[in-house]
Design a protein around this ligand. Structure first.
Ligand SMILES: Nc1ncnc2c1ncn2[C@@H]1O[C@H](COP(=O)(O)OP(=O)(O)OP(=O)(O)O)[C@@H](O)[C@H]1O
Ligand SMILES: [Mg+2]
Length: 359
């Protein structure tokens, strides 16, 4: 059981509240307006999971978790102790299939970052470039792909000029400085993300200032985890809790079967538990919300978002008054609806034991 805080009833804090670990693989969503206590709640859950010996990875875009969980965590820093190339994930496949998957990932990156797909011409040019590089026996990276695209249009297909420049402008950022280093495939020194994983692991994305590299790195890491968990086979016990703060950045609502959606739908039997943190439920997809068993909602001010919670987190206790409840929660308080307590409760998150994490 995960000790999370105290039940608030009639204005008083009564019994201790626990989350049941049996429902971890039915996934958890944490919502709430800015400053309402989401990241603190996730930190407390991570701390409690660590006590139970369940490994956790947190994708941390703002770099706040290392100081909160310093004593109990290990920090993974892209470009220092973690290298993630989108071209190093499917090395066990035939070249053609490998290229297809790699382009899927690049396309996914464009969708979540710009809400745009690669055009059919861009896909063709990228495919040609990747195949050329592999056929020469080299490993692709963003630098040689951009060069190869330009070479193809110079020598062969001048009408693809615009596509090559579009590819260059999308991916050029990954060909310089610390970005280049973080996205290189340094196979020998690349730690596997989940085998032998213990404790709380914080993937610190704050080394990048912009959203683009944060998105790219999160996608690569999530895809690697997805494949590794599947390869490890079915598991009754929880193998890993993957917690993603600011998860709305990795989701394009209009797109079906994004990587987080696939994880939430397919990986329960493989022992993966997802914890997704987002200010607004409406920023996550319907599929993710309907595959979520535990809703933790801090204060929400938008009636549109309150309606989403009502729709997906049916609560017998607060069926008619959820608006008032969610609207008037104090910082650090949350409405929690779990699968074993469908009535829903108001919880003051944190106990004396969690004080050093909260402040
Ligand atoms: N459970 C709690 N008990 C007491 N204080 C809390 C609690 N949770 C949060 N706070 C206070 O509120 C502040 C903001 O919390 P937190 O960073 O967790 O919010 P957030 O919802 O993640 O915000 P953001 O939208 O900026 O990510 C904390 O620094 C802390 O002072
Ligand atoms: Mg936060």
């Amino acid at each position: 059981m995960i000790k999370l805080g105290y039940v608030k009833e009639d204005g008083y804090f009564k019994e201790t509240f626990y989350l049941n670990t049996n429902f971890l693989t039915r996934h958890i969503c944490i919502f709430g307006t800015t400053g309402s206590g989401k990241s603190t709640t996730l930190s407390i859950i991570a701390y409690e999971l660590n006590k139970l010996g369940i490994p956790v990875i947190i994708f941390d875009r703002t770099g706040e978790y290392t100081s909160r969980l310093k004593k109990w965590s290990y920090t993974i820093i892209p470009g220092y102790n973690y290298y993630a190339s989108p071209f190093g994930i499917w090395h066990d496949l035939e070249i053609e299939e490998r290229v297809q998957n790699e382009i899927w990932l690049l396309n996914e990156y464009c969708r979540i970052t710009w809400n745009e797909q690669l055009s059919p011409l861009q896909i063709r040019l990228l495919t040609e470039s990747l195949l050329n590089i592999y056929r020469r026996g080299h490993n692709p990276n963003f630098d040689n792909i951009v060069k190869e695209c330009r070479k193809i249009i110079e020598h062969e297909l001048k009408i693809w000029y615009e596509s090559a420049e579009a590819i260059a402008s999308r991916f050029q950022i990954f060909t310089v400085g610390k970005f280049k280093k973080a996205f290189l495939d340094i196979s020998n020194s690349k730690p596997k993300l989940i085998s032998n994983l213990r404790g709380i692991n914080i993937l610190d994305l704050s080394v990048f200032e912009n959203d683009e590299p944060k998105n790219m790195l999160s996608l690569i890491a999530a895809t690697s985890i997805y494949l590794e968990i599947k390869r490890a086979g079915f598991s009754k016990k929880v193998r890993l809790v993957l917690a993603i703060d600011e998860a709305q950045n990795l989701i394009n609502k209009n797109e079906k079967y994004s990587i987080l959606e696939k994880m939430s739908m397919e990986l329960r039997k493989y022992g993966l538990s997802l914890i997704l943190v987002s200010p607004r439920p409406s920023n996550l997809s319907e599929n993710i919300l309907s595959n979520c068993g535990t809703f933790i909602s801090h204060q929400i001010l938008s009636s549109y978002d309150i309606d989403m919670i009502k729709k997906h987190a049916y609560s017998t206790n607060f069926k008619y008054s959820l608006e008032n409840v969610l609207y008037s929660l104090n910082c650090g308080e949350a409405f929690i609806r779990t699968l074993d307590e469908l009535e829903g409760r108001i919880i003051k998150i944190g106990t004396e034991e969690h004080e050093s994490i909260i402040h």
